[in-house]
Write a protein that binds this ligand. Structure first.
Ligand code: ADP
Ligand code: MG
Length: 281
């Protein structure tokens, strides 16, 4: 047990590719701590190392250098891997690759069955998890007939049924339509706020990132910015330099300030912008 859910020190990972065995640093000296109960977003353009870090968080990859601890357990020690996989669950981009059964409740039962949970207890966990993601009434349905957002919620229920401390979601909304994205994000927020599960969300949607407790921004395998959404998005120039956008209202505030209007650039949504503009008159 540790007070940190995740702790990386000088985490480094290099891929060795091609016939000549060329080395490529996907993650290069990352120090990162994630608190228990935190909702952390990782931002960064394609190839910045987000998925590589995520895969270290449940020992799918092991560091080439440095260390990563999950709830105090070193992922490099074989004896810890089972415990780490139980406490840190992963949800991936494509919902169709994650669903294994032909009935929703069987799919959610798959994880707990694999870790040897008693059948009566599995029943409880499946019902409880499906209720938490708002999919209980679909328990007898066929997953492949559900929408993308519903499928991702089933995938999340499957992880919840393992009673994890932490869920790592690697672009879980990238393949969803806007309403599916909203469903999934509100589910993620709900399990974070109401059930205290630590969330690490990788996304490239700024409106999703704006809802996090903290954002870390990656570029070329390194963390280049870290702070709450207001702090990070107010660094409009740095974000643009590394090829990332900020929410439109934040950019509007930035442009107005550039034009000499006295306005805070720490604005995240339309309501805040309206309030600030009304005070200008
Ligand atoms: P992101 O998730 O931010 O898009 P990744 O962690 O997937 O980034 O990739 C980081 C870097 O590592 C990229 O340059 C990518 O090309 C490289 N990479 C990822 N997976 C492999 C692999 N299996 N073999 C070689 N290089 C890889
Ligand atoms: Mg990725």
């Amino acid at each position: 047990m540790s007070d940190k859910m995740i702790k990386c020190t000088d985490l480094t990972y290099k891929y060795i590719s091609g016939e000549e065995g060329k080395e490529k640093y996907a993650v290069n000296g990352v120090d990162l701590e994630v608190n228990k109960g935190e909702f952390l977003v990782i931002l960064g353009h394609n190839g910045s190392g987000k998925s590589t870090i995520a895969k270290h968080m449940n020992a799918l990859l092991l560091p080439s250098g440095g260390k990563i601890f999950v709830d105090g357990l070193d992922t490099c020690e074989d004896d810890n891997v089972w415990e780490i996989r139980k406490s840190a669950g992963m949800v991936f981009q494509n919902p169709d690759n994650q669903l294994v059964a032909t009935i929703v409740e069987e799919d959610v039962a798959f994880g707990p069955e694999n870790i040897g949970i008693e059948p009566s207890e599995i029943r409880n966990r499946v019902d409880e998890s499906l209720k938490k993601v708002g999919m209980y009434e679909y328990r007898k349905h066929a997953p492949h007939l559900l929408s993308g957002g519903q499928k991702q919620r089933i995938a999340i229920a499957g992880i919840l049924a393992m009673r994890p401390k932490c869920i790592i979601l690697d672009e879980p909304t990238a393949m969803l339509d806007p309403s599916g994205r909203k469903e999934v994000i509100s589910t993620i927020k709900d399990i974070n706020k109401n059930y205290g599960i630590t969330i690490i969300l990788i996304t490239h949607y700024m409106d999703e990132a704006a809802q996090a407790d903290r954002i870390v921004v990656m570029d070329s395998g390194k963390i280049v910015l870290s702070g709450n959404p207001r702090e990070v998005f107010s660094k409009v120039e740095t974000m643009k330099k590394i090829g990332l956008d900020v929410p439109q209202v934040t950019e509007l505030a930035y442009e107005l300030k550039e034009k000499g209007i006295k306005i805070s650039t720490e604005i995240l949504n339309i309501d805040e912008m309206v309030n600030v503009l009304c005070q200008l008159k």
